[in-house]
Each structure stands twice: as structure tokens, then as C-alpha cells.
Design a protein. Sequence first.
Length: 613
Amino acid sequence: MKKNKLAVTAIIFFCCMATVFGQSTELPLGNDAYHILDRQEIKAGKDFQAPFFSTFKPYKRKDVTQFMINLDEAGVDSSNLNHKDRVYIFKDNNDWIDQPAEGLDGQVFSDKKHYEKVYVDSSKVFYTYRETERSSNPTLKRYYSSKKPIFKVFYKTPANLWEINKPAFKMRVNPIIHFKLGKEQEDEGGYTFLNTRGVDVRGSIDDRVWFHTRILENQARFPIHVTERNIATSSVPGAGFYKRYESRVFDITNGYDYLLATGYVNARISKHIHVQLGHGQNFIGNGHRSLFLSDYSTNYFYLKLNTKVWKFNYQNIFAELTSQFDRDTLGDVTRPKKYIAAHHLSINILPNLNIGLFESVVFDRGNTFELQYLNPVILYRTVEQAVGSPDNANIGLDFKYNFLKRFSLYGQIMIDEFVFNELVVERRGWWANKIAYQLGLKYIDVIGIDHLDLQLEYNSVRPFTYTHRDESANYTHYNQPLAHPLGANFKEIIAILRYQPIFPLKLQGRLVYANFGTDIEDSNWGSNIFLNHLERSAPDGTDDEIGHRIGQGIGNKLLILDFNAAYQLKHNLYLDFNAVMRNLESDDDSRDYSRIFVGFGVRWNIADRIVDY
């Protein structure tokens, strides 16, 4: 009987946690705080080193809150809108700010006093509480209580429906609601919509173990281009298993019904080493896209180690993925499995200059994890060669440079395979020069206008990048790319303009222009990363080794113009308006289209996921 060795290893880690220390829960990906933190970190410049490394997402709530407190105490750009941004962070993460009202084990504190934790030994295992004057602790000024809690139980604070604050136990419980309704030109099937309901729970036990779970029930009907991809790939972007959904109310026959669950347990092995076991997503990069690991695919089971010491942050991810499958023929059986081992070393050369090294390997051993890849420090490429080079190994380099307290320059380069002579000297378009790169710039407070922010990004991925001769080892999960949603064989330009004229209102305009190639029937031009790269098409009809270029196959030019407006009625409760224009020009005239989409929505405690590919 085969055993899942990744699961066994994870269990061993958590059996050893009787002596570990707590760390923190994390900000969900897509949270409004990420752009706020980008702005604040750029404004801080060389003066303040953020306690988080922005390449790794999600961030720890503890680190986010401490960074805001440090900037607030130092008075770094405390303009009206910046102050309100920080207040948003303080309200949303009040489990990391001292509570002035409720005390230990139900004891009531006076308004003038509070208790702070004091450790009594150097290992920070044992602690007591010391009574201090409230005015002596400035963090209490950042703890916001509601004026009129509901039934004196619910919404005692603006951000949380229900919260518990005890010395040995903290918890935050919040509802999630997201409803969108829209109409797309040329769509004769009715309205598009999204109906999401769920709950979010996070907390800690004994300040040693932290947990978070989020459960979402969804029914949706997507725009035409998303539905077409769903049918082609037997998947829903960001989702796993789904069922067909029909609605008599909206006369829907081609909708989708799917359940999403995220959860993890987080703890600290030592002062500098943290461990997390969970089911969710991770993002590596500073851009709108990531060419290393993005949040486009659905959740996966993972074990994550994070070591942060001095100027270094080293992260290991060991995850179980789902290989590609045909949903219509698989039936009620276990999905085929594969695995990924990835690590990233991030170094702060200066407070405002960071570089990183990335390496990953995707492999299939049936239902068995390759134990040699559990080594957290060895180069995976050397291991991959030692076991016979059967796996898909990738390496990468990234950087971020903040300058003039207005700009942030960032980029990535990911190398799947290459030969220097073919890439630099002869440059014949050799098929195995599988390289992807990104270059981006963030410019905050454009021409001096407060909270007018511009982001420019360029992404380029050569044909056959992320592919492998073993189709089960390609860089995918659950029939979805792990990196860029377009897969490979494309060039892309992205421009995002954000403006916040007043605190409750956020406006965003986005332009996406992509030049990409797609396959003709029974061909492989390198865009479909699920295909075997040894079964590739020949550009000149005879030699499939050379002559490959970005955009080969059926050429396509895609233009997306997107406008979004979000008005915050109360904390994390938004009214949304969305308008999108999509225009596709293809070498195959039958694929050409121009469509306009308009939609409205309301959401509570959840980010709006916009599919822009």
C-alpha cells in the first residue's frame, strides 16, 4: 500500500509542536491592504525596513500591523488619506492591537488601565500580565470600538461580527457575501452573475498556535470567454470540483456550482523559523502577475517553512497538486496526483533594494512524494539530476527597488531550459530556450496627486515554457496554470491606474494588451502548457528544433479595457460597478469579437476577483 509521504511528513512536523510558539494568521490574497502596504513601503524609502518581505504573499497580519504602528509613531506622511488607510489596517487587524475594555477571563478593565504581557524567561514560554496606565501605551489609541454594538454582543468593533479576546484564546468570526449581476454584449444566454456566501474564522490558542479557515459556497454564470475556457479545460478559474448549475429565476442553464475551502494551522518552531500546514494558495512576486507562482489556480494542500533572520527570508513550499484530467471521463475516482517542491531566498541588500532566487521542481511518483526533495537547502536541480532527470525543474531571479519615495521597480526572470549559445550567439529560435521574464514599475501619487497610483508591467513567455516531456510534470494544477493564466507563447502589457479621491471611494482603470499564439487542430505551437513538448510543430514544416518565436501558431491580439468603482459603505462592505471592453483580432477571422460587459455588485469581507485574460 502506497503512502502519501508529504502528508506523513506534515504530521511529523505537527506532532513536534508541543513546544513551539505562535506566529500569526495571514491577510487573504486580494485584500485591500496589499495596495495600501505597497504605498506605505514605497513612501518609507530607506528610513523604515518593513517586517515582511513583499515578494512572499500572503503577509502575516502581525507584521502588517507592526509596520503601520511604526510608521504611525514616526509620523511618516500622515496626510488625511494615508491616516485613514492606516486606520483601516488597525481596524482589520485588531487582534494585534491591545484591547482597552475587556480583560482576562472576563475581568473588566477600567478605562484608564490595561494589562500588557510580560515574559518571565528568555525562551518566551512563560509570561504574566502587568497593569499599566492606559495613556502610557499609544497602541490603545489604535484600537477602535463600535459605538453601538448589536445586542451588546455583535460588532463590538467595526471589523468583526464576533470576537473573543482571552489570554489563552482569541477568535474573529465574519460573514462573507458577494453578489454580482452583469450583462455582456452578444451573450444570448442571459445574465452573468456570482452568488457567494460563506464564513471566515481566524484565531489563536495559547499564543502558540494560530488557525484560519474560510468556506465559500458559490453559484455563478461567467462571461463568454471564461465559459469557453472552462469547457476547454474542464476547470473553473480559482476553483476545483464543480457541478453544473441551473437557475429558473434567471433562466440559466450553463452556470456553475462550486465549494471553496481554505484553511491552515500556523506555528513557530523557533524565534526565526515558522511552519504552516494548510490548504490554500501562495503568491511569489511583486507584480500584478507572477511568473513563479500565482493565485490563478485553485487551492492545494501544502506544507510551508519560512525562515526569516537578519536580511534573509527563506521560504520552502512542499505541495500536493492535481495532474490534468478529463472531467467527463474520469468519473467518481481519485484525481491523479503530482507534487511540487519550491523554495525562494529573498535578500534585503538595502532597506529599499531586494533580490531573490527561486527554484522549483514538479514531479509525478504516483501517490508518493520524492523524499529527496524534502531537503530544504539543497539545489533541486542537483537532486533532479541525481534521480535521473525525470522531473520539471525551474530556476528564477527577481528584484525590487524602491526609490525617490515615489517609485518601485520590480521584475522576474524564470528559466525552464536554455542553451547559452542558442539564446545569445546563434539565436535561431531553438525550441528549448524556455524563458519567461517580467519588468514592472509602480508610481504612487502621480504628478503629486494624493492616492493617484500607476502600475506598468510587461510580461513575456516563450513557447513551450512550463511544459515537459512527461505531461503529468507540467507546471499546472487542477487543469489550470500555476503561473500566468495565458500559459506560454505570449507578450503582455498591463497598465493599472488607481485613484482614491475620498476614503470610501476607490476607482481603478486597467488596460491589458496581449499578443499570443494558439494552436491549430492537432498542432502544438507551445501555448498549451498541458501538451508534451516533444510532440511540437515545425515552423518551417520540416525542422521542429529551430525557428520558434513568440506568437507562432494562430496569432491573436487581445485588448482589454476595464473600469471598476468600489464604494465602502462600512468596514469591508462595498458596492461595486464594473465595465469591461474586450476586443480580439485573430489570424483566424472566425475567432474575432468585440464585446462590452457591465456589472454591479455588493460584497462583504471578500475581495473582488476579476478575470483579466
